[in-house]
Write a protein that binds this ligand. Sequence first.
Ligand SMILES: *[C@@H]1O[C@H](CO)[C@@H](O)[C@H](O)[C@H]1NC(C)=O
Ligand SMILES: *[C@@H]1O[C@H](CO)[C@@H](O)[C@H](O)[C@H]1NC(C)=O
Length: 476
Amino acid sequence: MAWGACIAALLLLLLLAAAGSNGGVHCLEQGSRSRRALQGRHHLRSRAVGGATVLELRHHSFSSAPSKSREEEADALLSSDAARVASLQRRIENYRLIGSSGEAAASKAQVPVTSGAKLRTLNYVATVGLGGGEATVIVDTASELTWVQCKPCDSCHDQQEPLFDPSSSPSYAAVPCDSPSCDALQVATGMSGSPPACGAADRPACSYTLSYRDGSYSRGVLARDRLSLAGEAVDGFVFGCGTSNQGAPFGGTSGLMGLGRSQLSLVSQTADQFGGVFSYCLPLKESDSSGSLVLGDDSSVYRNSTPIVYTSMVSDPLQGPFYFLNLTGITVGGQEVGSPGFSAGKVIVDSGTVITSLVPSIYSAVKAEFLSQLAEYPQAPAFSILDTCFNMTGLSEVQVPSLKLVFNGGVEVEVDSSGVLYFVSSDSSQVCLAMAALRSEYETSIIGNYQQKNLRVIFDTSASQVGFAQETCGYI
Ligand SMILES: *[C@@H]1O[C@H](CO)[C@@H](O)[C@H](O)[C@H]1NC(C)=O
Ligand SMILES: *[C@@H]1O[C@H](CO)[C@@H](O)[C@H](O)[C@H]1NC(C)=O
Protein backbone atom coordinates (compact mmCIF):
# COMPACT_ATOMS: atom_id res chain seq x y z
CA MET A 1 0.00 0.00 0.00
CA ALA A 2 2.84 2.31 0.82
CA TRP A 3 4.00 2.01 -2.74
CA GLY A 4 0.76 3.43 -3.96
CA ALA A 5 1.69 6.63 -2.22
CA CYS A 6 5.12 6.81 -3.72
CA ILE A 7 5.83 9.91 -5.64
CA ALA A 8 8.15 8.98 -8.43
CA ALA A 9 9.34 5.81 -6.81
CA LEU A 10 12.53 4.91 -8.49
CA LEU A 11 13.86 1.75 -9.88
CA LEU A 12 17.40 1.02 -9.05
CA LEU A 13 19.01 -1.88 -10.76
CA LEU A 14 21.24 -4.06 -8.74
CA LEU A 15 23.64 -5.43 -11.22
CA LEU A 16 24.38 -8.58 -9.37
CA ALA A 17 25.75 -10.25 -12.43
CA ALA A 18 28.84 -8.16 -12.04
CA ALA A 19 29.97 -10.30 -9.14
CA GLY A 20 33.69 -10.28 -8.80
CA SER A 21 34.15 -7.01 -10.59
CA ASN A 22 33.18 -5.09 -7.48
CA GLY A 23 31.65 -2.52 -9.74
CA GLY A 24 28.18 -3.93 -9.49
CA VAL A 25 26.56 -1.23 -7.50
CA HIS A 26 27.89 1.99 -8.72
CA CYS A 27 26.47 4.54 -6.43
CA LEU A 28 28.79 3.59 -3.65
CA GLU A 29 32.11 3.46 -5.22
CA GLN A 30 34.45 5.35 -2.97
CA GLY A 31 38.09 5.61 -3.10
CA SER A 32 40.80 4.18 -5.17
CA ARG A 33 39.34 4.72 -8.57
CA SER A 34 38.55 8.34 -7.89
CA ARG A 35 41.97 8.78 -6.42
CA ARG A 36 43.54 7.48 -9.56
CA ALA A 37 41.40 9.79 -11.57
CA LEU A 38 42.66 12.68 -9.51
CA GLN A 39 46.21 11.58 -9.90
CA GLY A 40 45.79 11.17 -13.60
CA ARG A 41 44.69 14.73 -14.17
CA HIS A 42 44.74 16.75 -11.05
CA HIS A 43 44.59 20.15 -12.65
CA LEU A 44 40.88 20.40 -12.88
CA ARG A 45 39.45 22.62 -15.54
CA SER A 46 37.94 26.04 -15.12
CA ARG A 47 36.52 28.80 -17.26
CA ALA A 48 34.74 32.12 -17.11
CA VAL A 49 31.36 32.58 -18.77
CA GLY A 50 29.55 35.88 -18.71
CA GLY A 51 29.26 36.81 -15.07
CA ALA A 52 30.18 33.40 -13.75
CA THR A 53 33.36 31.56 -13.03
CA VAL A 54 33.07 27.82 -13.33
CA LEU A 55 35.47 25.35 -11.74
CA GLU A 56 35.40 21.64 -12.38
CA LEU A 57 34.64 19.62 -9.26
CA ARG A 58 35.60 16.05 -8.69
CA HIS A 59 35.21 13.53 -6.03
CA HIS A 60 38.36 12.96 -4.11
CA SER A 61 39.09 10.34 -1.55
CA PHE A 62 42.15 9.99 0.57
CA SER A 63 41.79 6.32 0.60
CA SER A 64 43.03 3.74 0.31
CA ALA A 65 45.15 0.70 0.30
CA PRO A 66 43.95 -1.29 -2.70
CA SER A 67 43.92 -4.38 -0.53
CA LYS A 68 41.14 -2.98 1.60
CA SER A 69 37.83 -4.65 1.12
CA ARG A 70 34.77 -2.70 0.21
CA GLU A 71 33.41 -3.17 3.73
CA GLU A 72 36.63 -1.99 5.35
CA GLU A 73 36.65 1.06 3.18
CA ALA A 74 33.02 1.81 3.95
CA ASP A 75 33.70 1.32 7.63
CA ALA A 76 36.64 3.73 7.55
CA LEU A 77 34.64 6.28 5.62
CA LEU A 78 31.63 6.10 7.91
CA SER A 79 33.57 6.27 11.15
CA SER A 80 35.57 9.25 9.96
CA ASP A 81 32.33 10.85 8.85
CA ALA A 82 30.90 10.30 12.32
CA ALA A 83 34.00 11.97 13.74
CA ARG A 84 33.50 14.96 11.47
CA VAL A 85 29.88 15.24 12.57
CA ALA A 86 30.94 15.11 16.23
CA SER A 87 33.58 17.72 15.60
CA LEU A 88 31.11 20.00 13.80
CA GLN A 89 28.82 19.75 16.83
CA ARG A 90 31.63 20.98 19.03
CA ARG A 91 32.44 23.82 16.67
CA ILE A 92 28.81 24.93 16.57
CA GLU A 93 28.86 24.94 20.36
CA ASN A 94 32.13 26.88 20.35
CA TYR A 95 30.65 29.66 18.26
CA ARG A 96 27.81 29.93 20.74
CA LEU A 97 30.28 30.19 23.59
CA ILE A 98 32.40 32.77 21.79
CA GLY A 99 29.30 34.83 21.17
CA SER A 100 28.15 34.72 24.73
CA SER A 101 31.54 35.50 26.25
CA GLY A 102 32.07 38.43 23.93
CA GLU A 103 35.80 38.12 24.32
CA ALA A 104 36.90 36.44 21.21
CA ALA A 105 36.39 39.26 18.80
CA ALA A 106 38.64 41.50 20.79
CA SER A 107 41.66 39.28 20.99
CA LYS A 108 44.22 38.62 18.31
CA ALA A 109 44.95 35.60 16.20
CA GLN A 110 44.62 32.56 18.28
CA VAL A 111 45.58 28.99 18.40
CA PRO A 112 42.74 26.55 18.71
CA VAL A 113 43.57 23.46 20.62
CA THR A 114 41.06 20.81 19.86
CA SER A 115 38.49 22.28 17.57
CA GLY A 116 38.07 22.05 13.86
CA ALA A 117 36.44 20.01 11.21
CA LYS A 118 37.71 16.61 10.60
CA LEU A 119 38.83 16.53 7.03
CA ARG A 120 38.85 12.90 6.26
CA THR A 121 35.64 12.99 4.34
CA LEU A 122 35.74 16.34 2.69
CA ASN A 123 35.82 14.75 -0.60
CA TYR A 124 35.23 17.12 -3.46
CA VAL A 125 38.13 19.04 -4.95
CA ALA A 126 38.64 21.93 -7.36
CA THR A 127 41.76 23.61 -8.76
CA VAL A 128 42.54 27.29 -8.25
CA GLY A 129 45.53 29.43 -9.16
CA LEU A 130 47.56 30.91 -6.31
CA GLY A 131 50.61 33.09 -6.66
CA GLY A 132 51.77 31.71 -10.10
CA GLY A 133 51.01 28.06 -9.32
CA GLU A 134 48.02 25.89 -9.09
CA ALA A 135 46.43 24.31 -6.05
CA THR A 136 43.90 21.50 -6.01
CA VAL A 137 41.97 21.91 -2.80
CA ILE A 138 39.15 20.26 -0.90
CA VAL A 139 35.90 22.24 -1.10
CA ASP A 140 34.40 22.81 2.36
CA THR A 141 31.33 24.88 3.15
CA ALA A 142 31.84 24.42 6.90
CA SER A 143 35.28 26.03 6.94
CA GLU A 144 36.23 29.63 6.65
CA LEU A 145 39.96 29.88 6.10
CA THR A 146 41.45 28.64 2.84
CA TRP A 147 44.91 27.15 3.29
CA VAL A 148 47.59 25.47 1.23
CA GLN A 149 50.82 23.74 2.14
CA CYS A 150 53.74 26.14 1.91
CA LYS A 151 57.49 26.12 1.58
CA PRO A 152 59.61 25.81 3.60
CA CYS A 153 57.78 22.82 5.00
CA ASP A 154 58.54 21.70 8.53
CA SER A 155 56.21 18.89 7.77
CA CYS A 156 53.89 18.44 4.82
CA HIS A 157 51.77 15.58 3.57
CA ASP A 158 52.57 14.32 0.08
CA GLN A 159 50.80 16.43 -2.46
CA GLN A 160 50.60 15.97 -6.17
CA GLU A 161 51.31 19.54 -7.18
CA PRO A 162 54.52 21.44 -6.48
CA LEU A 163 54.41 23.13 -3.08
CA PHE A 164 53.41 26.76 -2.93
CA ASP A 165 56.60 28.77 -2.60
CA PRO A 166 56.17 32.26 -1.12
CA SER A 167 59.68 33.29 -2.11
CA SER A 168 58.94 32.78 -5.77
CA SER A 169 55.73 34.76 -5.73
CA PRO A 170 56.24 38.55 -6.00
CA SER A 171 52.62 39.15 -5.03
CA TYR A 172 52.94 37.24 -1.73
CA ALA A 173 52.82 39.15 1.56
CA ALA A 174 52.50 38.04 5.17
CA VAL A 175 49.49 39.48 7.01
CA PRO A 176 50.65 41.69 9.88
CA CYS A 177 49.45 41.16 13.42
CA ASP A 178 47.62 44.44 13.65
CA SER A 179 45.35 43.86 10.69
CA PRO A 180 41.61 43.21 10.73
CA SER A 181 42.24 39.90 8.93
CA CYS A 182 44.40 38.76 11.80
CA ASP A 183 41.66 39.75 14.24
CA ALA A 184 39.11 37.84 12.19
CA LEU A 185 41.22 34.74 12.37
CA GLN A 186 40.17 34.12 15.93
CA VAL A 187 36.61 33.78 14.86
CA ALA A 188 37.58 31.90 11.72
CA THR A 189 39.21 29.17 13.70
CA GLY A 190 36.26 28.99 16.04
CA MET A 191 38.20 29.36 19.24
CA SER A 192 38.44 31.72 22.11
CA GLY A 193 40.41 32.14 25.26
CA SER A 194 43.74 31.05 23.83
CA PRO A 195 46.85 33.00 24.78
CA PRO A 196 47.96 35.65 22.31
CA ALA A 197 50.26 34.05 19.76
CA CYS A 198 50.82 37.04 17.63
CA GLY A 199 53.03 40.05 17.90
CA ALA A 200 55.52 38.61 20.38
CA ALA A 201 59.16 39.13 19.46
CA ASP A 202 59.53 35.54 18.42
CA ARG A 203 56.22 35.44 16.59
CA PRO A 204 55.95 38.60 14.55
CA ALA A 205 53.58 37.13 12.00
CA CYS A 206 49.91 36.37 12.34
CA SER A 207 49.95 32.64 12.83
CA TYR A 208 47.12 30.15 12.62
CA THR A 209 46.56 26.60 13.74
CA LEU A 210 43.72 24.40 12.59
CA SER A 211 43.64 21.20 14.60
CA TYR A 212 41.46 18.31 13.63
CA ARG A 213 40.14 15.63 15.83
CA ASP A 214 42.06 12.74 14.39
CA GLY A 215 45.37 14.46 15.07
CA SER A 216 45.73 16.02 11.65
CA TYR A 217 46.39 19.73 11.48
CA SER A 218 47.60 22.68 9.48
CA ARG A 219 49.78 25.38 11.01
CA GLY A 220 51.43 28.37 9.45
CA VAL A 221 51.01 32.07 8.90
CA LEU A 222 48.21 34.14 7.48
CA ALA A 223 49.23 35.56 4.11
CA ARG A 224 47.96 37.32 1.04
CA ASP A 225 48.52 36.51 -2.59
CA ARG A 226 46.77 36.63 -5.91
CA LEU A 227 44.09 34.01 -6.25
CA SER A 228 43.00 33.06 -9.71
CA LEU A 229 39.64 31.49 -10.38
CA ALA A 230 39.21 30.55 -13.99
CA GLY A 231 41.43 33.45 -14.98
CA GLU A 232 39.53 35.87 -12.76
CA ALA A 233 42.09 37.40 -10.42
CA VAL A 234 41.44 38.15 -6.77
CA ASP A 235 44.28 40.31 -5.54
CA GLY A 236 45.39 40.16 -1.95
CA PHE A 237 43.40 37.04 -1.13
CA VAL A 238 43.92 36.10 2.52
CA PHE A 239 44.78 32.46 3.11
CA GLY A 240 46.77 30.23 5.41
CA CYS A 241 50.29 29.43 4.29
CA GLY A 242 50.76 26.12 6.08
CA THR A 243 54.31 25.08 6.82
CA SER A 244 53.38 22.32 9.21
CA ASN A 245 50.59 20.07 8.07
CA GLN A 246 49.72 16.54 8.73
CA GLY A 247 46.97 14.12 7.99
CA ALA A 248 46.01 11.33 5.65
CA PRO A 249 42.62 12.99 5.13
CA PHE A 250 44.14 15.59 2.89
CA GLY A 251 45.23 12.88 0.51
CA GLY A 252 47.26 14.26 -2.34
CA THR A 253 45.55 17.63 -2.28
CA SER A 254 47.34 20.92 -1.70
CA GLY A 255 44.94 22.10 1.00
CA LEU A 256 41.42 23.31 1.55
CA MET A 257 39.06 25.97 0.20
CA GLY A 258 36.90 27.59 2.88
CA LEU A 259 33.45 28.40 1.48
CA GLY A 260 31.81 29.19 4.81
CA ARG A 261 29.66 32.18 5.49
CA SER A 262 31.93 34.41 7.53
CA GLN A 263 34.52 37.09 6.98
CA LEU A 264 37.68 35.28 5.87
CA SER A 265 36.02 32.79 3.57
CA LEU A 266 36.54 32.81 -0.14
CA VAL A 267 32.89 33.80 -0.60
CA SER A 268 33.20 36.88 1.60
CA GLN A 269 36.57 37.91 0.21
CA THR A 270 35.32 37.74 -3.36
CA ALA A 271 31.96 39.38 -2.67
CA ASP A 272 32.85 42.34 -4.91
CA GLN A 273 33.44 40.10 -7.91
CA PHE A 274 30.90 37.37 -7.33
CA GLY A 275 28.23 39.06 -5.23
CA GLY A 276 28.56 36.57 -2.38
CA VAL A 277 26.98 33.82 -4.46
CA PHE A 278 28.33 30.38 -5.29
CA SER A 279 26.81 27.08 -6.20
CA TYR A 280 27.84 23.53 -6.75
CA CYS A 281 26.65 20.34 -8.33
CA LEU A 282 28.23 17.31 -6.67
CA PRO A 283 28.74 14.46 -9.09
CA LEU A 284 28.15 10.81 -8.43
CA LYS A 285 31.31 9.10 -7.41
CA GLU A 286 31.39 6.40 -10.01
CA SER A 287 33.04 6.60 -13.39
CA ASP A 288 34.80 9.73 -14.37
CA SER A 289 31.99 12.08 -13.59
CA SER A 290 32.68 15.59 -12.53
CA GLY A 291 30.57 18.44 -11.32
CA SER A 292 31.03 22.17 -11.08
CA LEU A 293 31.59 24.89 -8.57
CA VAL A 294 30.22 28.14 -9.92
CA LEU A 295 31.17 31.50 -8.43
CA GLY A 296 28.75 34.29 -9.16
CA ASP A 297 25.03 34.33 -9.74
CA ASP A 298 24.88 33.81 -13.49
CA SER A 299 22.31 31.04 -13.55
CA SER A 300 22.64 30.63 -17.31
CA VAL A 301 25.50 28.22 -16.74
CA TYR A 302 23.40 25.87 -14.64
CA ARG A 303 21.87 22.84 -16.31
CA ASN A 304 19.06 22.40 -13.89
CA SER A 305 16.12 20.34 -15.06
CA THR A 306 13.69 21.69 -12.48
CA PRO A 307 13.11 25.32 -11.43
CA ILE A 308 15.32 26.64 -8.65
CA VAL A 309 13.49 26.88 -5.35
CA TYR A 310 14.87 29.06 -2.57
CA THR A 311 14.60 28.81 1.17
CA SER A 312 15.87 31.40 3.66
CA MET A 313 18.99 30.87 5.65
CA VAL A 314 18.39 31.03 9.37
CA SER A 315 20.41 33.99 10.54
CA ASP A 316 22.11 33.98 13.84
CA PRO A 317 24.98 36.18 14.95
CA LEU A 318 26.57 33.06 16.42
CA GLN A 319 26.37 31.04 13.26
CA GLY A 320 30.08 30.99 12.51
CA PRO A 321 30.82 29.84 8.98
CA PHE A 322 27.84 27.48 8.86
CA TYR A 323 24.86 27.60 6.53
CA PHE A 324 21.80 27.03 8.64
CA LEU A 325 18.43 26.22 7.07
CA ASN A 326 15.06 25.53 8.60
CA LEU A 327 14.11 21.90 7.91
CA THR A 328 10.37 21.69 8.41
CA GLY A 329 9.63 18.18 7.20
CA ILE A 330 10.70 15.03 5.39
CA THR A 331 8.62 12.81 3.14
CA VAL A 332 9.39 9.18 2.37
CA GLY A 333 7.64 7.69 -0.63
CA GLY A 334 5.28 10.65 -0.57
CA GLN A 335 4.38 9.97 3.03
CA GLU A 336 4.95 12.85 5.39
CA VAL A 337 7.03 11.90 8.40
CA GLY A 338 5.83 13.47 11.63
CA SER A 339 8.24 14.41 14.36
CA PRO A 340 8.33 17.04 17.09
CA GLY A 341 12.02 17.46 16.18
CA PHE A 342 11.11 19.55 13.12
CA SER A 343 10.01 22.42 15.30
CA ALA A 344 13.62 22.96 16.37
CA GLY A 345 14.26 23.89 12.77
CA LYS A 346 17.91 24.58 12.32
CA VAL A 347 20.02 22.23 10.20
CA ILE A 348 23.35 22.74 8.45
CA VAL A 349 23.95 22.13 4.75
CA ASP A 350 27.51 20.86 4.44
CA SER A 351 29.62 19.84 1.46
CA GLY A 352 32.12 17.98 3.60
CA THR A 353 29.93 15.66 5.65
CA VAL A 354 28.93 12.56 3.73
CA ILE A 355 25.95 11.00 5.51
CA THR A 356 23.03 13.16 6.65
CA SER A 357 22.78 13.06 10.43
CA LEU A 358 19.46 13.85 12.07
CA VAL A 359 18.45 14.48 15.66
CA PRO A 360 17.13 11.23 17.17
CA SER A 361 13.44 12.18 17.12
CA ILE A 362 13.49 12.95 13.38
CA TYR A 363 15.74 10.03 12.53
CA SER A 364 13.57 7.49 14.31
CA ALA A 365 10.46 8.74 12.50
CA VAL A 366 12.23 8.51 9.13
CA LYS A 367 13.55 5.09 10.02
CA ALA A 368 10.09 3.83 10.96
CA GLU A 369 8.69 5.00 7.64
CA PHE A 370 11.47 3.28 5.68
CA LEU A 371 11.01 0.06 7.64
CA SER A 372 7.34 0.11 6.88
CA GLN A 373 7.80 0.87 3.18
CA LEU A 374 10.59 -1.67 2.74
CA ALA A 375 8.91 -4.29 4.91
CA GLU A 376 9.07 -6.87 2.14
CA TYR A 377 12.86 -7.06 2.42
CA PRO A 378 14.49 -8.98 5.27
CA GLN A 379 16.35 -6.71 7.66
CA ALA A 380 20.11 -6.93 7.91
CA PRO A 381 22.42 -6.00 10.79
CA ALA A 382 23.46 -2.40 11.31
CA PHE A 383 26.70 -1.29 9.69
CA SER A 384 28.74 1.36 11.49
CA ILE A 385 26.53 4.43 11.95
CA LEU A 386 23.88 3.05 9.57
CA ASP A 387 21.24 1.12 11.47
CA THR A 388 18.40 0.67 9.00
CA CYS A 389 19.64 -2.11 6.77
CA PHE A 390 18.16 -4.75 4.49
CA ASN A 391 19.32 -7.93 2.85
CA MET A 392 18.63 -7.51 -0.85
CA THR A 393 20.77 -10.37 -2.09
CA GLY A 394 19.46 -12.02 -5.20
CA LEU A 395 17.01 -9.30 -6.19
CA SER A 396 17.31 -7.91 -9.67
CA GLU A 397 15.79 -4.58 -8.76
CA VAL A 398 14.71 -2.60 -5.77
CA GLN A 399 12.12 0.09 -5.61
CA VAL A 400 13.69 2.94 -3.69
CA PRO A 401 11.16 5.16 -1.94
CA SER A 402 11.51 8.79 -2.90
CA LEU A 403 13.01 10.99 -0.23
CA LYS A 404 12.16 14.67 0.01
CA LEU A 405 13.50 17.28 2.35
CA VAL A 406 11.10 20.12 3.06
CA PHE A 407 12.45 23.52 4.07
CA ASN A 408 10.86 26.69 5.32
CA GLY A 409 8.60 28.27 2.70
CA GLY A 410 7.31 24.91 1.51
CA VAL A 411 10.49 24.28 -0.46
CA GLU A 412 10.71 20.62 -1.38
CA VAL A 413 14.02 19.09 -2.38
CA GLU A 414 13.95 15.59 -3.81
CA VAL A 415 17.06 13.60 -3.00
CA ASP A 416 18.59 11.82 -6.01
CA SER A 417 17.80 8.09 -5.98
CA SER A 418 21.53 7.38 -5.61
CA GLY A 419 21.48 9.26 -2.31
CA VAL A 420 18.83 7.24 -0.48
CA LEU A 421 20.45 3.87 0.13
CA TYR A 422 24.03 2.91 0.90
CA PHE A 423 25.16 -0.45 -0.48
CA VAL A 424 27.66 -1.71 2.05
CA SER A 425 28.48 -5.00 0.41
CA SER A 426 28.79 -5.80 -3.26
CA ASP A 427 26.42 -8.77 -2.95
CA SER A 428 23.72 -6.43 -1.58
CA SER A 429 23.32 -8.42 1.60
CA GLN A 430 23.59 -5.17 3.55
CA VAL A 431 21.82 -2.23 1.98
CA CYS A 432 21.24 0.60 4.45
CA LEU A 433 19.32 3.82 4.63
CA ALA A 434 22.05 6.41 4.03
CA MET A 435 21.24 8.51 7.07
CA ALA A 436 22.23 8.33 10.72
CA ALA A 437 21.05 9.50 14.11
CA LEU A 438 22.84 12.13 16.19
CA ARG A 439 23.39 11.35 19.84
CA SER A 440 21.15 14.01 21.29
CA GLU A 441 18.19 16.24 20.47
CA TYR A 442 20.36 19.23 21.33
CA GLU A 443 22.78 18.59 18.50
CA THR A 444 22.33 20.12 15.05
CA SER A 445 21.17 18.02 12.12
CA ILE A 446 23.49 18.09 9.10
CA ILE A 447 22.52 17.54 5.47
CA GLY A 448 25.49 15.68 4.01
CA ASN A 449 26.83 15.46 0.47
CA TYR A 450 25.51 11.94 -0.12
CA GLN A 451 22.05 13.50 -0.20
CA GLN A 452 23.15 16.46 -2.33
CA LYS A 453 24.32 14.58 -5.40
CA ASN A 454 22.93 15.66 -8.73
CA LEU A 455 21.48 18.82 -7.27
CA ARG A 456 22.43 22.41 -8.04
CA VAL A 457 22.79 23.93 -4.58
CA ILE A 458 23.06 27.71 -4.63
CA PHE A 459 24.39 29.64 -1.64
CA ASP A 460 23.36 33.27 -1.90
CA THR A 461 24.88 35.02 1.09
CA SER A 462 23.70 38.48 0.08
CA ALA A 463 20.04 37.52 -0.15
CA SER A 464 20.56 35.05 2.70
CA GLN A 465 18.97 32.14 0.91
CA VAL A 466 19.87 28.71 -0.43
CA GLY A 467 18.44 27.42 -3.69
CA PHE A 468 18.00 23.87 -4.94
CA ALA A 469 17.25 22.38 -8.33
CA GLN A 470 17.74 19.01 -9.91
CA GLU A 471 20.69 18.80 -12.24
CA THR A 472 22.66 15.93 -13.68
CA CYS A 473 26.10 17.11 -12.72
CA GLY A 474 28.75 17.52 -15.33
CA TYR A 475 31.45 20.07 -15.93
CA ILE A 476 29.74 22.67 -18.05
C1 LIG B 1 20.80 -12.63 2.64
O1 LIG B 1 19.81 -13.35 1.97
C2 LIG B 1 20.32 -14.44 1.24
C3 LIG B 1 19.19 -15.00 0.37
O2 LIG B 1 17.97 -14.99 1.05
C4 LIG B 1 20.89 -15.46 2.21
O3 LIG B 1 21.37 -16.58 1.53
C5 LIG B 1 22.03 -14.78 2.96
O4 LIG B 1 22.54 -15.65 3.95
C6 LIG B 1 21.57 -13.51 3.62
N1 LIG B 1 22.75 -12.80 4.09
C7 LIG B 1 22.80 -12.22 5.28
C8 LIG B 1 24.08 -11.56 5.63
O5 LIG B 1 21.86 -12.23 6.06
C1 LIG C 1 11.05 27.32 10.85
O1 LIG C 1 9.89 27.30 10.08
C2 LIG C 1 8.71 27.13 10.85
C3 LIG C 1 7.56 26.94 9.87
O2 LIG C 1 7.53 27.92 8.87
C4 LIG C 1 8.55 28.34 11.75
O3 LIG C 1 7.39 28.19 12.53
C5 LIG C 1 9.78 28.45 12.65
O4 LIG C 1 9.70 29.61 13.43
C6 LIG C 1 11.05 28.49 11.82
N1 LIG C 1 12.19 28.41 12.69
C7 LIG C 1 13.23 29.21 12.54
C8 LIG C 1 14.37 28.97 13.49
O5 LIG C 1 13.30 30.07 11.70
